[in-house]
Design a protein around this ligand. Structure first.
Ligand SMILES: Cc1cc2nc3c(=O)[nH]c(=O)nc-3n(C[C@H](O)[C@H](O)[C@H](O)COP(=O)(O)OP(=O)(O)OC[C@H]3O[C@@H](n4cnc5c(N)ncnc54)[C@H](O)[C@@H]3O)c2cc1C
Ligand code: SF4
Length: 499
């Protein structure tokens, strides 16, 4: 077993399978291939940080764990940030580990619209196993936190279904720090699960190793190449080449996988198309008694009651005080006065099942350029979703709600929710973050409208598989990690069966 970190010397290796990217898709595929007895090389652009070395501050985690220091944006009518991890474990290190099964209607949609076979059987079987292996459990009552308890109460009061979140977490301490990485190792991110297993099964892991190109012999992928790079200082090290006897698995994420394929000479009409997202929006309830939003699980409550219509999922979210400050308008003493309410604020969010589509293309210096705008229908979903969040806050006993929407009052009372319902449809009026991303290398039967088949194999190529969120051809309306991992496992098993 070996871990090859940044180095100045050149490295040349051979393996049965090379997997590019160690996030939800890549680490899962690599582990499954290694379990099948294959020699696996897992190649990751970001560094390897063990939980005791995670930075304490938000700035530090953006610097050390996030892709491009969290500075990527989707270019459209508004510039909304695209947030992803770049480290061993990928975005699973900085996410909230919420575990939701692929909804039934998604399998039907994939069959109907993409010409795919019914994937329900294998995907649900993999999700069963993943839930056991990664300890998917409900947030324990003692670490739920008051914000999530209030949300439960508000939803019950209004009579819609909601629940305590299930997450891949073993014994959550309720520190509200999932987004900075769980130093207590309670969250089962893949840097502490599948990646170490790849090593213990004789695999090799390269970190600080961004793959620049996939190598081909005619239309067969035979390996990858790149140059070591320190993500923080950008210092470049030696070249590396990893040859693959059987196949190259690409799992660099929705933004990076289409770009890597394009830069390696793959030309397909659907490559980089059908980018989708669940844009996330939040607002605050102000309560008389302290909520202490930084105590409790980062995300402890959810409702999918409005997933199908109008199309959003509701969740609670704890963000650190410095991020909260950036959401409250104003500066100087005015902002400080607002921050006096910090202990009394509860932030609840919506992830919108947006129908808008965008593109991912290689830009200058090889970085991904995402073009994406939410259309009017999606912005109407946003207004409805935020109004429902506001109603839930008031039902839970909030004194005021802070909508955080440009042009609206700083705070509103229970009889003013219509200002949100009638709010702007201009995306620039809203603060949003895109963290659930889909598409760019979508799955389907037709090579004119898709990039990979139902086993993740790139149409028209041999030995080239994509195994991450970029293959997902539609918005799920629920958190994607469970679906991504199950698909990656399915693709890895198919590759092993075809050897
Ligand atoms: C803040 C946040 C919270 C979230 N919360 C949840 C949640 O609670 N539940 C849920 O289901 N989903 C959640 N998500 C979404 C989920 O984490 C992602 O959908 C999922 O991790 C995507 O998996 P992936 O394999 O496509 O990419 P990632 O997990 O992002 O991994 C991609 C990896 O590939 C590496 N890479 C890219 N290009 C190259 C290259 N050329 N060479 C080598 N390596 C490369 C990257 O550095 C990265 O480490 C959240 C996401 C974020 C950002
Ligand atoms: S809330 Fe804290 S203890 Fe619980 S999983 Fe997240 S970071 Fe770990």
């Amino acid at each position: 077993m070996s871990h090859i970190a940044f180095r100045d010397e050149a490295v040349e290796l051979e393996a049965d399978y090379v997997v590019v990217g160690s996030g939800a898709g890549g680490a899962t595929a690599a582990c499954e291939l290694a379990r099948g007895g294959a020699r696996v090389a897992l190649v990751e652009a970001g560094p390897w940080l063990d939980p005791e070395h995670y930075p304490h501050s938000t700035y530090g985690s953006m610097r050390d764990l996030f892709d491009d220091w969290g500075s990527q944006v989707a270019r459209g009518q508004a510039l909304w940030p695209l947030v992803q991890g770049s480290c061993i474990g990928g975005s699973t290190v900085i996410n909230c580990a919420i575990c939701v099964r692929t909804p039934d209607d998604i399998f039907e949609k994939w069959q109907r619209e993409q010409g795919l076979p019914d994937l329900r059987g294998p995907i649900l079987a993999h999700q069963d196993a993943l839930e056991r292996e990664l300890c998917a459990t409900e947030v324990p009552a003692e670490s739920l936190g008051r914000s999530s308890a209030l949300a439960l109460q508000g939803a019950n009061q209004l009579g819609y279904a909601s629940r305590v979140m299930t997450r891949y977490v073993k014994g959550c301490l309720g520190s509200g720090q999932c987004l900075q990485g769980c130093r207590a190792q309670r969250k089962q991110s893949l840097n502490i699960n599948f990646v170490p297993e790849v090593l213990s099964r004789g695999g090799t892991v390269l970190s600080c190793a961004p793959v620049r190109r996939i190598l081909f012999s005619n239309s067969r992928a035979i390996g990858v190449t790149g140059r070591f790079r320190q993500p923080r200082t950008r210092r470049r090290g030696g070249a590396f080449t990893v040859r693959a006897k059987h196949a190259v698995f690409v799992a660099g994420s929705v933004t990076w996988s289409p770009v890597l394929l394009a830069q390696s000479g793959v030309r397909m009409p659907a490559l980089g198309h059908y980018f989708r997202a669940h844009p996330g929006f939040g607002l605050f309830g102000v309560y008389d008694d302290p909520v202490d939003p930084n105590r409790g699980a980062t995300q402890g409550w959810a409702s999918v009651a409005f997933r199908e219509s109008p199309g959003f999922k509701m969740e609670t979210l704890a963000i650190p005080p410095e991020m909260m400050a950036s959401r409250l308008s104003g500066g100087g003493t005015a902002l400080l006065a607002k921050l006096r309410d910090y202990r009394h604020l509860a932030m609840w969010v919506i992830a919108v099942r947006a129908e808008s589509v965008g593109t991912v293309r290689p830009g200058l210096l090889g970085k991904p350029v995402v073009r994406y705008s939410a259309d009017r229908a999606d912005m109407e979903r946003v207004r409805k979703g935020l109004a429902q969040v506001a109603r839930t806050h008031f039902a839970a006993g909030a004194r005021r709600v802070l909508p955080v929407i440009y042009g609206l009052p700083y705070s509103i009372g229970p009889d003013e929710i219509r200002v949100i319902e009638d709010g702007p449809v201009d995306p620039r009026a809203y603060i949003s973050i895109l963290s659930h991303l889909f598409g760019g290398c979508v799955m389907g039967r037709d090579p004119a409208t898709s990039v990979v088949d139902d086993r993740g194999r790139v149409h028209g190529y041999q030995g080239l598989v994509v195994a991450d969120a970029s293959v997902i051809p539609s918005n799920l309306g629920v958190n994607p990690q469970h679906t991504i991992m199950a698909l990656a496992r399915h693709f890895a098993q198919a590759a092993l069966d075809a050897r």
